[in-house]
Design a protein around this ligand. Structure first.
Ligand SMILES: [Zn+2]
Length: 196
């Protein structure tokens, strides 16, 4: 699958009414790994995203201070704490499992969030519902790992996560003198002693 060549809208979805208002549904069976849609819209700043108030749920964070003001159909994709799709390559929604005709399509909003400004109550009713949707860094460790392993976390958040892990390791094992304050280069465990 070449995600770079995905067109704006794919043919296997429809927008229908659902318990959250509107949602994106599979109009045909969608295979695991198949691209579903690309999130499109004007790129806006953090200030412009904040100015949207309640409608901040309608933006997609793509960098520390950059957002896409999402248009349909992407803007109607709802959140789930147990999603059947995830975002890859910043803007492409891909099926994480097989999705059958008639099923609603969800991704986990936390995989794109890191700004410490916005939270949303969650009513997804999943068995593992977190009740409040927060930034990626607040996810339970096992959930974080799963999304990182799948590759469905925005690149800038993956970078932040690596840096935070590095800081944490340095705090727990200060004698190793890993990373920050010593060098900006990432030092792995074996090389740590040579990083001074
Ligand atoms: Zn939930």
């Amino acid at each position: 699958m070449n995600l770079e060549k995905c067109n704006t809208i794919f043919q296997k979805i429809s927008i229908n009414e659902c318990s959250f208002g509107k949602g994106v549904f599979a109009s045909q069976n969608i295979n695991k790994g198949e691209a579903i849609l690309r999130f499109t819209g004007k790129v806006i700043s953090l200030d412009e995203a904040l100015a949207k108030g309640e409608k901040q749920a309608n933006v997609l964070q793509i960098d520390t201070t950059k957002y896409i003001d999402i248009e349909e159909p992407g803007v109607t994709v709802n959140h789930s704490c147990n999603p059947n799709a995830g975002i890859f390559k910043t803007t492409v929604l891909v099926a994480l499992i097989s999705i059958y005709k008639g099923e609603e399509i969800f991704y986990d909003y936390s995989t794109t969030m890191s700004e410490n400004l916005w939270t949303m109550e969650c009513k997804c009713l999943s068995i593992n519902c977190r009740k409040v949707i927060k930034d990626f860094h607040y996810l339970p460790p096992n959930v974080k790992k799963r999304y990182l392993d799948l590759g469905t976390v925005q690149d800038f958040i993956v970078g932040e996560h690596k840096q935070r892990t590095q800081i944490l390791i340095a705090k727990i094992y200060p004698s190793l003198k890993i990373g920050l304050g010593v060098s900006n280069n990432y030092c792995d465990w074996e090389l740590a002693k040579n990083c001074e």
